[in-house]
Design a protein around this ligand. Structure first.
Ligand code: GDP
Ligand code: MG
Length: 320
């Protein structure tokens, strides 16, 4: 199949036009048709770079770590796109508001691109949008994409479907939290980062994690690595990146990984179908007289919701 000629917008993104990229991201975020068209066009250019997700409780230092990882990667000549799915990490368009993270001095470096995602209600929606933005960044030529998400609830679970390597960031004296989060964390983490290792207790935290990690299952043959870092008395950043790269290398050599990629894409397709079918159905329940009658009957307790749902998906149903 010959590919159609790229649209002007897609060509501009691939060429490295940052304004075109920013516009495309906005379109994708808002679910505009222009975003869909671009993603369709650029999809063949994706799926090859590390998409690294950093997740963990608020305040553990994810943004600070990203700042130093970006510096580390830049000094190794690699370009980096950053997506922050965290309203408290106000990255925007290459400069950072607030004084916690100062990246402004690198705002004119074309090898860095920062973007924070507006939360879009549904967590599935946000995960999809994040994945799509990461794809745009890859198509724009970035060597690495870093994604920051707050580690509670649905978004950090969703990061599993987005990132190729997941880093769970913790700090010393998070003992109880680690205990309660344990199962979930070990399911998510490819790398544990014990940040704020300049504070007391980091060694103990690392030891506890190592013990937990050695007990946990390693179904695909990868055991979570544990790295100690500090961003205020900078240390451990090259080691953190090495651990991430080790996981990426493991993926590249792992036969299970190909199956995993396939499974993830299946999940994405099913998710999108679910969303689309649900949207269309909800619309028809309001507008289609036959379907309105069906709902009327459920309302009148003549029919239960489960049976009504079965009739809706049965082939050839007429809503009766
Ligand atoms: N002592 C210490 N403080 C840190 C370290 N890393 C980050 N912080 C501080 O922790 C706070 C939260 O950092 P931030 O990167 O915004 O955390 P995030 O919410 O996980 O993104 C800030 O006040 C940072 O200065 C560290 O390695 N050591
Ligand atoms: Mg942050």
């Amino acid at each position: 199949m010959s590919r159609p000629r790229p649209s002007t917008a897609a060509a501009a993104i691939v060429r490295g036009d940052r304004r075109a990229l920013a516009k495309a991201i906005t379109a994708v975020e808002s679910g505009a048709p222009a975003g869909d068209a671009l993603l369709r066009e650029l999809y063949p250019r994706t799926g090859r770079i590390p998409i690294v997700g950093l997740t963990g409780p608020l305040g553990v230092g994810k943004s600070s770590l990203i700042n130093l990882l970006v510096a580390h990667l830049r000094s190794n000549g690699r370009s980096v796109g950053v997506v922050a799915v965290d309203p408290s990490s106000p990255f925007s368009g290459g400069s950072v508001l607030g004084d916690r993270i100062r990246l402004d001095r690198r705002a004119d470096d074309p090898g860095i691109f920062f973007r924070s995602m507006a939360s879009r209600g549904a967590s599935g929606g946000l995960a999809d949008a994040t994945r799509d933005v990461a794809r745009l960044l890859e198509a724009a030529g970035f060597d690495v994409v870093l994604v920051e998400t707050v580690g509670s609830g649905q978004v950090d679970v969703a990061i599993r479907g987005v990132a190729t390597t997941r880093v769970v960031v913790l700090v010393p004296h998070l003992g109880d939290e680690v205990q309660t989060l344990k199962a979930g964390l070990f399911e998510i983490a490819d790398v544990f980062c014990v940040n704020k290792s300049d504070l007391p207790g980091a060694e103990t935290a690392e030891r506890d994690l190592a013990e937990l990690a050695s007990l946990g299952p390693a179904p695909d043959g990868w055991r979570a690595r544990i790295v100690r870092t500090s961003t205020t008395a900078p240390s451990g950043i090259p080691q953190l990146w090495s651990a991430i790269e080790a996981h990426e290398a493991f993926l590249a050599a792992s036969p299970a990984h190909a199956a995993e990629r396939r499974r993830r894409l299946e999940e994405e397709i099913v998710g999108r179908v679910r969303e689309e079918v649900a949207r269309r159905l909800a619309e028809r329940l309001e507008t289609d007289p036959a379907l309105r009658r069906l709902v009327d009957r459920v309302l009148a307790r003549e029919l239960d919701p489960r049976t009504a749902a079965e009739r809706l998906v049965a082939p050839g149903h007429r809503g009766r």
